[in-house]
Design a protein around this ligand. Structure first.
Ligand code: NIG
Ligand code: FE
Length: 420
């Protein structure tokens, strides 16, 4: 069965890339006016002018979807979400306004630790229902592929339960599971981060790996959480178990995490708000992708955003992600793209590359998603604006009208419409 999306005012996508886009290549977004795409089953079968493809399929039983002269982009990829948690932390907004820092709140038993107690008390069904609501919002905002982390259990039982929920979720958004047992030091190990890392290495990691519950292992390497030595010990063990590596580094304090990540061969590094020139150069050299999360400084009320322009100039490939979590609570890649332009001085073409192809690289799925190209999974978004440039420009609203995931329409007129 063919699905023909026609009357596309402007199709915008990266094309022909074989490795993460960096430097000037990040601006190389191909645009096509008056375009159409044909989808055969789950994949794109051809891309051409609307006129040509309509003529080709005239008289056939192809299903037609009119893009209404509006813009079309690849399905967005969100390569960093803390999908699995219970509850919310709206009360922290007041604490932040009173001048409390992220670490003040965490050290007082709030922050991640507050969410851990809620998550431990939640059943798998509850966690799954909450995650589905977030996934539906992500889908309505154009995300079709995402990373999903555990990390609010911090004990073997709840970390495993969280990863099992990710595995068992039935939802159109394709997820890559990340084990983040080292997200914070749990109350049982208060004051003993190394002891907790030992526990993860001896108890959790073997179980996670044996059961195939995660593709990646992540760690929150930060002053007052896990130092470089403990982070390195954990990631080295994870690598031995065959997991790919990520690391939250340089969110608040630069501990030298970039060098560690470069040496260990981390696939991605996360945050990078305070990374210096040396760290940028080390990661560029190592072939790591930097996942920039500008929603986090926004939610922390911090003026310090990652130095995206310097990173692009240094040929360090960067992706954008929401960091969706109870501190930085947004499912919207569109908002993040806007922050990319307004707060980090990226161009609209660069934020599109960072939210599609490079983000696909950051979840290890660049061969199947992230661009509109023949043979790739047919993931696309029909906008309510004529070009992709309107997404970052016209912020705080949802520009997504229709979403196709693997050839199936999953959002219709702005609302989820998938089966199941
Ligand atoms: O990536 N910084 C560490 N972890 C999350 C925040 C999690 C939370 O505050 O609940 C992050 O920003
Ligand atoms: Fe995070």
């Amino acid at each position: 069965m063919t699905l023909l999306v026609y009357n596309i005012g402007q199709l915008a996508t990266a094309q022909g890339q074989t490795s993460p886009m960096k430097g000037e290549v990040m601006s190389q977004i191909t645009t096509m006016e008056n375009a159409a795409v044909a989808i055969e089953g789950k994949t794109f079968s051809s891309i051409g002018s609307s006129e040509d493809l309509l003529a080709e399929f005239r008289g056939s039983d192809a299903k037609l979807l009119d893009a209404g002269g509006m813009g079309v982009i690849p399905g967005l990829v969100d390569p960093h979400t803390h999908l699995i948690f219970s509850g919310s932390r709206e009360f922290e907004l007041r604490l932040k306004l009173e001048g409390k820092s992220y670490m003040d709140i965490l050290n007082a038993g709030g922050g991640i630790i507050h969410t851990v107690s809620r998550t431990r008390a939640a059943s798998a069904e509850q966690l799954s229902n909450e995650a589905k609501q977030r996934l539906n919002r992500m889908l309505m905002y154009g995300t079709t592929t995402a990373d999903a982390k555990s990390g609010y259990g911090l004990d073997t039982e709840t970390e495993i339960r969280s990863l099992e929920v990710i595995r068992d979720l039935e939802h159109p958004i394709e997820l890559t599971p990340t084990f983040l047992g080292a997200h914070a030091v749990p109350p049982e190990f208060k004051g003993d981060p190394s002891g907790y890392i030992d526990h993860i290495i001896s108890d959790m990691l073997p179980m996670v790996a044996e059961r195939g519950l995660a593709q990646y292992c992540d760690v929150f390497c930060e002053e007052g959480v896990f130092g470089v030595e403990d982070s390195e010990r954990l990631l080295t063990a994870a690598k031995e178990h065959g997991l790919k590596l990520r690391a939250h580094i340089d969110e608040i304090v630069d501990l030298g995490g970039a060098q560690m990540a470069a040496q260990l061969g981390c696939e991605t590094t996360e945050h990078l708000a305070v990374t210096g020139d040396e760290g940028i150069a080390q990661m560029a050299e190592a072939g790591t992708v930097g996942n920039l999360l500008p929603g986090t400084p926004y939610s922390l009320m911090s003026p310090i955003y990652p130095r995206a322009r310097d990173m692009i100039e240094a040929n360090f490939p960067i992706a954008l992600a929401t960091d969706m979590n109870p501190n930085c609570y947004t499912e919207s890649m569109q908002f993040v793209m806007s922050l990319g332009c307004y707060m980090m001085k990226m161009t609209p073409a660069e934020v599109l590359a960072a939210s599609t192809y490079n983000a696909a690289c950051a979840v290890g799925m660049e061969d199947t998603v992230g661009t509109i190209e023949r043979g790739k999974l047919a993931d696309l978004v029909i906008l309510d604006v004529p070009t992709h440039e309107h997404i970052p420009y016209h912020f705080g609203v949802n520009h997504v009208r229709q979403v196709i995931k693997a050839g199936e329409q999953v959002v219709k007129d702005g609302l989820p419409c998938y089966n199941g």
